[in-house]
Design a protein around this ligand. Structure first.
Ligand SMILES: [Fe+2]
Length: 353
């Protein structure tokens, strides 16, 4: 029969430790033993007159009767419900993705200012020009836009470039906020430097624009449809803003935006920045559509990257002013000024008439 260690020691007339020792060392004549089926950590010893039968050994290898209780799993979501949720998510994403904004304005002369890459926290930012320009553009009738790269916003391994800057990163954000608080802002698109600060669920430049009442923001692209209040007979002015349009030519810095003008088929003004060069190309396309491709230079000067790469540095064209006369058709409708003061004078004259 199978008995516990105490009973087996008594049966064989030896101590329990001697019994265990003999079994562990496999000493000749040691009793057979097995794991106790009821207590797996304890041993049982064979004290019967006959060797244990096969059934005796099988009973020692029987698995423990284990019962597991688990919560009742909820049924999976029906696939039709899942598809409905996907349809809603897709609609939400596509609505957010759409760069179009409908802007309604009085049908009177006004101007769109296109501010080039400010890079406000760069020591090379021409703050003298930027300060003068933003004061000029605070003129009534001017709506300000910016095509991105509000700050250097160095991150990652580029963070070492703050060693060459006398501005703190926090001062860059304060300067951006100041800029957005001046004049009447219509739109901002983000540049590559701005995108570096995106984290999941948060775009700091978007937050700053919302705080300062900028009417339209997109991290990549905006397509503004300017329509004229109570004058449905006047054609809407369509403006496409991006930090950059793809395509380069060393013959002309507007190659990218002009290519876009050729392909777009609808918009009139294509404005970009990014390469820190300026230029303008106005042309007429099929069915009389007049377009202006504009590349503004921005305010970053004494740029070490440009110097190292052998890119000639331009001294003008930081921003542009597009004076719009909604009632005029053809090339006179939008007049582009690179001398902002002259543009403001012309706008003032038009609005006083
Ligand atoms: Fe830039």
């Amino acid at each position: 029969m199978w008995v516990n260690a105490r009973e087996a020691a008594e049966h064989f007339g030896i101590g329990q430790s001697t019994l265990r020792s003999r079994c562990e060392r496999g000493t000749a004549g040691c009793p057979l033993r097995r794991k106790d089926p009821a207590h797996p950590l304890r041993w049982q010893y064979w004290t019967g007159q006959h060797p244990p039968t096969t059934e005796d050994f099988l009973s020692a290898t029987q698995p423990l009767p284990v019962e597991v209780m688990r919560p009742q799993p909820l049924p999976d979501e029906p696939i039709e419900e899942w598809i409905k949720a996907r349809v809603r998510a897709s609609k939400r994403k596509r609505a957010k993705h759409n760069p179009a904004r409908l802007v309604t304005l009085p049908a009177e002369p006004m101007a769109i200012a296109i501010i080039g890459d400010p890079h406000v926290d760069n020591d090379g930012c021409d703050w003298s020009a930027l300060h003068d320009h933003i004061k000029l553009l605070s003129e009534p009738g001017v709506l300000i836009t910016c095509i991105g790269d509000m700050q250097d916003n160095w991150i990652g391994r580029l963070g070492k470039l703050y060693a060459n800057s006398s501005s703190l990163a926090s001062e860059g954000w304060k300067a951006s906020e100041w800029l957005l608080s001046q004049g009447q802002w219509l739109a901002v698109v983000g540049g590559n430097h701005d995108a570096w600060s995106h984290v999941p669920g948060l775009d700091p430049l978007q937050w700053l624009c919302e705080q300062n009442g900028v009417k339209c923001y997109d991290p990549d692209e905006l397509r503004l449809y300017l329509q004229w209040r109570d004058r449905p007979d006047l054609e809407a002015l369509v403006i496409k803003l991006r930090h950059d349009f793809r395509g380069r030519s060393w013959f002309h810095p507007t190659h990218g935006p002009h290519k876009e003008a050729l392909l777009d088929g609808e918009a009139h003004i294509f404005a970009a920045g990014h390469i820190h060069q300026w230029g303008e190309l106005t042309s007429e396309h099929r069915r009389g559509r007049v377009t202006s491709a504009i590349r503004v230079r921005g305010y970053k000067k004494a740029d070490g990257y440009a110097k190292r790469g052998g890119f000639p540095e331009q001294q003008h064209g930081e921003s542009a002013l597009v004076v719009v006369q909604p009632e005029i058709e053809g090339p006179g409708r939008c007049q582009i000024f690179w001398d902002l003061a002259s543009g403001i004078k012309w706008l003032r004259h038009l609005r006083s008439g």
